[in-house]
Structure formats: C-alpha cells, structure tokens
Design a protein around this ligand. Sequence first.
Ligand SMILES: Nc1ncnc2c1ncn2[C@@H]1O[C@H](COP(=O)(O)OP(=O)(O)OP(=O)(O)O)[C@@H](O)[C@H]1O
Ligand SMILES: Nc1nc2c(ncn2[C@@H]2O[C@H](COP(=O)(O)O)[C@@H](O)[C@H]2O)c(=O)[nH]1
Length: 207
Amino acid sequence: MRDYNKEKAMAGPRPVVLSGPSGAGKSTLLKNLLKEYEGVFGFSVSHTTRSPRPGEENGKDYHYVTREYMQASIDKGEFIESAVFSGNMYGTSKASVQAVKDKNLICILDIDMQGVRAVKTTDLNPIYISIQPPSMNILEKRLRDRNTESEESLQKRLDAAQVDMEISKEPGIFDIVVVNDNLDDAYGKLKDALIEEIKKVQKNNFS
Ligand SMILES: Nc1ncnc2c1ncn2[C@@H]1O[C@H](COP(=O)(O)OP(=O)(O)OP(=O)(O)O)[C@@H](O)[C@H]1O
Ligand SMILES: Nc1nc2c(ncn2[C@@H]2O[C@H](COP(=O)(O)O)[C@@H](O)[C@H]2O)c(=O)[nH]1
C-alpha cells in the first residue's frame, strides 16, 4: 500500500496564490509576510514584458523580458501559466516555482484571475486567497497615489478590477477573501489563514 502521508510530506508545503485587483495591496501584504517569516515563504518571481518601476529589481520583483523571449519560452512549455494583463504579458515559470520548492518554502504566487483559472487546471494544489479593496473609489485612489500607471494603463486596470471583484464573490474560487481596508487588520487575517501551513514549515525547517 502507498504511504500517502509520506508522499504528502515529501511534496512539501502547499503553495499560496494571492490574487485580486491591481492596487488591492497584494505586493504590500506579501512583502510583510516575506519579511516577518524569513525562511518560511519564498516568492515565485514571475516573468513580465512590462518595464520595471522605480525601485524594482530584475530577478527579485520580476524577470523583465521581451515579448519574443517570453513567447518562445511559453512555446517551449516552460510556463505553468501565462496571461496578458493591461497590455503586457505575465507568467509563472516552472523554474520559478521549483526554485522555491527546492528550499522547502511556502511558494507565493501573485497572479491575476486568468492565472488563477489556469493554475486550477494543474496539480499545484495551492491555497487560493483573494485580496480585495474596500471599494472601487478607494482602489482608484490607491492606484493613482502609487503613481506607477499611465492614464491608459490605470483605466485598463480599473476595468479588470471591476470584473475581478465580481468573480471573487463566486463561491468555490477562493479559499478566503481578505478585504484590505486597514492594512494591519488585513495582514492579521492573511496570517490567520496561513498559520497552520506556517507552523508546519517552521517545525520542519527550524527544528
Ligand atoms: N490598507 C492599505 N491602506 C492604504 N494604502 C494601502 C493599503 N494597502 C496597500 N496600500 C497602498 O496601495 C498601493 C497599491 O498596493 P500594492 O502595490 O501592494 O497593490 P497590488 O495589489 O500589489 O497591485 P498590483 O497588482 O498592481 O501589483 C500601494 O501604494 C500601497 O502602499
Ligand atoms: N497570470 C499572471 N498574473 C501575474 C503574474 N505576475 C503578476 N501578475 C499580475 O499582473 C497584475 C499586474 O501586476 P503589476 O506588477 O504590473 O502591477 C497583477 O494583478 C498581478 O497579480 C503572473 O506570473 N501570472
């Protein structure tokens, strides 16, 4: 008989998918997790064809690549999922996820709704968490204040956000939906949702 518990343990911790509208606060929350739980979480560094924002680092925030390179890599089967968002290509490579898994860390994927749907067809088996803004007005203000988008990109992101906010209400897509109104409260809820997985990794990696 197969030892399913042993197989599960060998498979490592469950990854975590963070999704939600652009500007909802995914990167802010995940940066807090990575800082507070060093040696527990690892970020799956996506590829993108968009340009780096001031302060972003190639290989840390994203792998910044050309459309030609990205399409060729997708065609070679190197990606778990990929999507076009606000006019740019984004994707999760198999290598990025494997690099985190190799360290026995909880792999965090920050991906859009198209990515969520694609990951659901794989055997990755993550915990699906949606980060939602308190309202469209607040989302727009946060995105404008972030000062990273052209007016065109901002409008595309707000259009996608409206769809995202509707889909996130559908039952069965996400394990938990966190409304990011007060940042500390939202971070607390996110940690609560992940505490069992965090404890397992701490026990494995630190004892
Ligand atoms: N609870 C909060 N209250 C006020 N401002 C916030 C809160 N959470 C995040 N922000 C701010 O809102 C902006 C958007 O947050 P962030 O960049 O983390 O969003 P995101 O979901 O990662 O967006 P994207 O998908 O575009 O990368 C940032 O300037 C961030 O500092
Ligand atoms: N499907 C995927 N979506 C991704 C990936 N990496 C990031 N994203 C999502 O794109 C938007 C915009 O991100 P930004 O950094 O340009 O603001 C956001 O919703 C991310 O979650 C990916 O690999 N696949």
